[in-house]
Write a protein that binds this ligand. Structure first.
Ligand SMILES: Nc1ncnc2c1ncn2[C@@H]1O[C@H](COP(=O)(O)OP(=O)(O)OP(=O)(O)O)[C@@H](O)[C@H]1O
Ligand SMILES: [Mg+2]
Length: 373
């Protein structure tokens, strides 16, 4: 067991609620000490997966191993895991130290040991100075640190975190992301981190499991899921993308509006002549106010809107069939105003091609797509 400490393995795990399949033959192998995120839209099965690891739910099929041991029928408190939830669920009438000590008291750990371990856990999250406060006397970030200490005090080899930063405002959230990541690498504990925030997952994880409808669409490092998305869904979920419906030409896609997308490295995903999607990331689109005089990888339109986001400018370009989103660095960008005629073009290296199966998942109403966040 010792060499596997902190590893997690899910094999063909299925969980149903009545006729609803929440987790669908899910396979996942997590290495000890890894920071892995489960990322996906609401209802894709993230929490259910975590609850099965924690022992709050039992799989209907498949099996789970934690630290090398099968955990079927093993109750939560006997598993080598601890969970941190979005709502910190601290006891309001207890001090910080009492909250952290609670689990150890329940298990009749000797008093002197409790004191030492509570101090150690509070040090980890830099909350020792506030040991005597009550939860209501602290900020959300501080409360979440206490919740973290309460999980760490048990010295689990796997920490399960279900949207632990979801209740925090953006700035605090970003600070906590850095602290959490630091803590994880210092302690060497395996983190299984649930979020639906892709930036959060990208910034913190060794690998990201992108989930959809109870299964994993892609499992890979942040760079790979961004640069080599395995499906249209992943391409639309990680970062942003402009999608066009069309037909595969083998080396690219002929879109229904006549635009021809030619890829310099066509992946053999879609058979020639089959329905396909082409995708270009907004930051890969270049804008010219003059006709670049090419017949492929170009589309003409009119500037419909410009938004300023500090270091980047976002343009919405209205073309015959749809609105195209383009992100340009503020420095050196051509200045274009609404109403201007413009040509969107891109390098062949930036063209993605996907099967059309997930078209309805990734192509929404253009007006909604173009709206700023
Ligand atoms: N106890 C339950 N009884 C019935 N259905 C459930 C139960 N728990 C979850 N589900 C359903 O299972 C599916 C997966 O739910 P889950 O909570 O795992 O999603 P999630 O990915 O965590 O979503 P969110 O991002 O909204 O938290 C959903 O369709 C949900 O409605
Ligand atoms: Mg959830």
């Amino acid at each position: 067991m010792s060499q596997d400490r902190g590893s997690v393995e899910l094999v063909d795990v299925t969980k149903r609620f009545g006729s609803m399949v929440a987790v669908d033959k899910l396979n996942l192998d997590i290495t000890a000490g890894e920071f892995i995120s489960l990322l996906g839209p609401s209802g894709c099965g993230k929490t259910t997966t975590l609850r099965m690891l924690a022992g709050f739910e039992q799989p209907d099929e498949g099996f789970i191993r934690i630290s090398g041991e099968f955990v079927q029928g093993v109750p939560p408190y006997k598993r080598d895991v601890n969970t941190v939830f979005q709502q910190y669920a601290l006891f309001p009438h207890m001090t910080v130290a009492e909250n952290v000590a609670y689990g150890l008291r329940q298990r009749h750990v000797p008093r002197s040991e409790i004191a030492a371990r509570v101090t150690e856990a509070l040090d980890m999250v830099k909350m020792r100075a506030l040991a005597d406060r009550k939860p209501r006397q602290m900020s959300g970030g501080q409360q979440q640190r206490v919740a973290l200490a309460r999980a760490l005090v048990n010295r689990p080899s796997v920490l399960l975190l279900d949207e632990p930063l979801g209740a925090l405002d953006r700035k605090l959230r970003e600070e906590m992301q850095i602290e959490l990541k630091l803590l994880q690498s210092q302690l060497g504990i395996t983190f299984v981190f649930v979020t639906h925030d892709q930036e959060e997952a990208m910034g913190m994880s060794d690998r990201i499991a992108i989930m959809l409808d109870g299964h994993i669409e892609q499992l890979a490092g942040p760079e790979t899921v961004y640069e080599h998305p395995s499906s249209a869904f992943v391409a639309g979920f990680i970062g942003r993308n402009n999608f066009w419906r069309g037909v595969s030409t083998g080396s690219g896609v002929r879109a229904s509006d006549g635009t021809v997308f030619v890829s310099s490295s066509p992946e053999e995903r879609v058979a020639q002549g089959a329905p396909a999607l082409a995708a270009i990331r907004p930051e890969c689109i270049q804008l010219s106010s003059t006709d670049p005089d090419r017949s492929t990888n170009v589309i003409a339109g009119t500037v419909a809107g410009v938004s300023h986001y500090g270091d980047v400018l976002q343009y919405v370009v209205r073309t015959a069939e749809r609105d195209v989103l383009a992100l340009l660095p503020r420095q050196g960008a051509v200045r274009l105003a609404p109403g201007d005629t413009v040509w969107c073009h891109w390098d062949a290296a930036e063209v993605y091609q996907f099967s059309a199966e997930q078209a309805d998942l990734v192509i929404q109403d253009p007006a909604a797509e173009a709206a700023p966040e």
